[in-house]
Unconditional design. Structure first.
Length: 538
C-alpha cells in the first residue's frame, strides 16, 4: 500500500528548482526536471551529505562533497559507489505528494548481494557495511553473510582460503550481542580482511567434477594421494564430484586426514579445518563449494614445514613411534595427573625431552583431553612470556603473531582429536609439542596481567577491543579475535586462568602492525649482502 504525503505545492517547485521535504526519518530531495518532479533520498549513500545542495545538470545530480553522480530517474550511481533511493511522486490538485511507504526489503535482496560483492571486490568497506546492514534488515541471517564472505575469499584468494574463513566462523559467536543490522559491526572485520586480500581478483576457475564412486573411504584415500602429490586440479575435481553426490559428513575425515599428514603453513590449515564444517553446519551446505574448494586449494598449496632440514630430528623421533600402540594406550588411565609436569617440560625442556615426555604420557595412559590441556597451558606460557622487544625489532621476523598461532593451533589439535580417532591423528600432538617447545627462544620475563577474569564486564570489553579500531591492520584484528575466542574456551575447558590471561596480555601490549620498514631492510640486505631474513625460531 502506498502512503502519500503532501510535500509542497506545485508552485513551490518550478522548473530547475529543488525542495527538501522532511517527514519523520525520511528526508526527500525533490527536483523538477523537464516538467516532471523527481525525488530521491536527500542523504548521499556515500557519507550522507545533503543531495538537495548538490549540482543539477539535466537528470544528473552531483553530490558536491565527493563528486558522486546519480541519475534522478532511477537513482543509479553514474560515478561513485551505490545507488540512491528514489521515491514515487504525484501531483494532485496543485500539490506535490511523495509516497513514503517503506521499500520492499525482500525484493531488494538480490541487488544487495550484487552490490556487496562489488563493494568488497573494490575495497569499499563503507558501502559493504551498509549493504550488510540492509541484508540483515531484510532478513538475511548472520550465518548466511559469514558463509558468503568465506566463499568470496575461498573463490578468489591466490593460494586458497585465508584468515577470512576462521574469522567469519568466530564472529558468529557474537551475533546475539550484535542483533539484527548491528551484526554488520563485527562482520565488517571479515569484510575488510576479504577486501584487502582479494581486491579486484577474479574468481578462480574450478576443475570439472569427477565422480568419486560409491565408497567415501576409498575416495578419501585417493584425495589424500592427490594432495600429497600437489595435484590440485585432480583433488578439486574429486571434491566437487563428492559434493555433487550429496556427501556431507563423509568429507570431514578427508580433510582431517590431510591436516594430519603435515605441519601446514605455520598451523593455519588445521586451524581453518576446525572452523570450516562448523560454518557449513550453521549456514547450510548450499555454501559448500566455494568454501571447501578454497580450503582444499589452501591445503594443496600449504607449506609443508615438517619437511624442512630444521625438522630432521623431529621426523626421526616421529618415524620411530608406533602410533597404533600409543593410540591404544591413550586414555587407559583416566586418573592420570601429570598435566603440570608435562606443561613444564613442553614449555621449558630441551626438544627431545619435550617429545619424550609426550610419548611417556601416552604410554602411561593419559587421556587425550588431558594432553590437550597440557598443550594449551604450555602455549599460554609462551604468550605470557613473549619478549615484546622482539616484536618491535625491525631486524627480526618473529612477532607477537608468531606466538598467537601456538595457542590457536593447540586448541585446533584438541578439537581434531575429539573427532578424528585414527592413530595418525596423534601426529598432531607431536606437531603441537614441537610448536610450543621450539618457540621458547622468544621468551622474556613472565608477565601476568592484573585482571579480574570473573568480572562480568571483562568479556564485553575484550570483544569491543578486538572488533574496534584498536588495531591498524585487519590481519592483526583477525588474530586478536581468534585468540580471544580460543582463550575463553580454553579457560573453560582447562579450568585454568592462563589461557585467558595470555590473551589479555596480548591485547594490552603494543603490537607492531606494519612491516614495510622491515621488508625494505631485508630486501636491501639480501640484494647487497646476500643476507637472509633473521628468525630466532626458524
Amino acid at each position: 500500500m502506498k502512503t502519500w504525503h503532501t510535500a509542497c505545492s506545485a508552485s513551490e517547485l518550478p522548473e530547475g528548482a529543488v525542495k527538501l521535504f522532511v517527514h519523520g526519518r525520511d528526508r526527500v530531495a525533490l527536483f523538477r526536471v523537464e516538467g516532471s518532479v523527481l525525488a530521491v533520498d536527500d542523504r548521499c549513500p556515500h557519507e550522507g551529505y545533503p543531495l538537495s545542495q548538490g549540482a543539477l545538470a539535466g537528470h544528473t545530480l552531483t553530490c558536491c562533497w565527493h563528486n558522486y553522480k546519480f541519475d534522478l530517474r532511477d537513482g543509479a550511481c553514474i560515478k561513485g559507489e551505490e545507488a540512491v533511493r528514489t521515491y514515487a511522486v504525484r501531483e494532485v490538485d496543485g500539490q506535490v505528494e511523495v509516497d513514503l511507504s517503506p521499500p520492499d526489503l525482500t525484493a531488494q535482496i538480490p541487488g544487495l548481494w550484487q552490490s556487496l560483492e562489488g563493494a568488497v571486490s573494490d575495497h569499499r568497506i563503507g558501502q559493504a557495511a551498509r549493504d550488510a546492514a540492509r541484508l540483515l534488515q531484510a532478513g538475511v541471517t548472520p550465518e548466511a553473510l559469514c558463509a558468503w564472505v568465506a566463499g568470496f575469499d575461498g573463490a578468489r584468494a591466490e593460494y586458497g582460503s585465508t584468515h577470512v574463513l576462521p574469522l567469519a566462523t568466530d564472529l558468529l559467536l557474537w551475533h546475539d550481542r550484535y542483533p539484527g543490522p548491528r551484526f554488520a559491526v563485527p562482520f565488517a572485520q571479515a569484510l575488510e580482511l576479504a577486501a584487502r586480500g582479494c581486491v579486484r581478483r577474479p574468481v578462480r576457475a574450478l576443475a570439472d567434477p569427477v565422480d568419486p564412486g560409491p565408497d567415501p573411504v576409498a575416495a578419501g584415500a585417493r584425495l589424500r594421494s592427490l594432495v600429497e602429490a600437489e595435484e590440485g586440479a585432480g583433488a578439486e575435481a574429486l571434491l566437487r564430484g563428492a559434493l555433487a553426490r550429496g556427501w556431507r559428513q563423509e568429507l570431514v575425515p578427508w580433510f582431517d586426514a590431510l591436516c594430519c599428514d603435515h605441519f601446514l603453513s605455520f598451523g593455519h590449515r588445521l586451524i581453518y579445518q576446525t572452523k570450516v564444517f562448523a560454518l557449513l553446519e550453521a549456514a547450510g551446505w548450499a555454501h559448500a563449494e566455494p568454501i571447501l574448494c578454497g580450503h582444499l586449494f589452501g591445503i594443496v598449496n600449504g607449506t609443508r614445514e615438517d619437511v624442512l632440514p630444521a625438522w630432521a630430528g623431529f621426523r626421526r623421533t616421529l618415524d620411530g613411534l608406533h602410533l597404533p600402540t600409543l593410540r591404544a594406550s591413550a586414555g587407559s588411565d583416566p586418573a592420570w595427573s601429570g598435566v603440570e609436569a608435562l606443561v613444564h617440560t613442553l614449555a621449558f625442556g630441551k626438544p627431545r625431552e619435550a617429545l619424550n615426555a609426550l610419548t611417556a604420557a601416552l604410554e602411561a595412559g593419559a587421556p587425550l583431553e588431558r594432553l590437550a590441556d597440557a598443550l594449551s597451558l604450555a602455549a599460554a606460557e609462551r604468550l605470557l612470556r613473549f619478549d615484546t622487544a622482539i616484536d618491535s625489532d625491525p631486524a627480526c621476523q618473529d612477532t607477537w603473531l608468531s606466538v598467537t598461532h601456538i595457542q590457536t593451533f593447540a586448541h585446533a589439535v584438541r578439537l581434531t582429536l575429539r573427532r578424528h580417532t585414527t592413530p595418525e591423528a596423534l601426529r598432531l600432538l607431536y606437531f603441537a609439542a614441537r610448536f610450543v617447545n621450539h618457540h621458547r627462544v622468544l621468551d622474556g620475563e613472565r608477565e601476568v596481567p592484573e585482571t579480574d577474569l570473573d568480572d562480568p564486564a571483562l568479556v564485553p570489553r575484550l570483544v569491543d577491543v578486538v572488533i574496534g579500531d584498536a588495531f591498524a591492520q585487519p590481519i592483526v584484528s583477525a588474530h586478536a579475535i581468534k585468540n580471544l575466542v580460543v582463550g575463553l574456551e580454553e579457560r573453560r575447558l582447562t579450568g585454568d586462568p592462563r589461557p585467558l590471561q595470555a590473551v589479555v596480555r596480548l591485547l594490552g601490549s603494543p603490537l607492531q602492525q606494519r612491516w614495510t620498514h622491515r621488508a625494505a631492510l631485508e630486501g636491501v640486505a639480501f640484494v647487497t649482502e646476500g643476507r637472509i631474513p633473521r628468525l630466532l625460531a626458524p
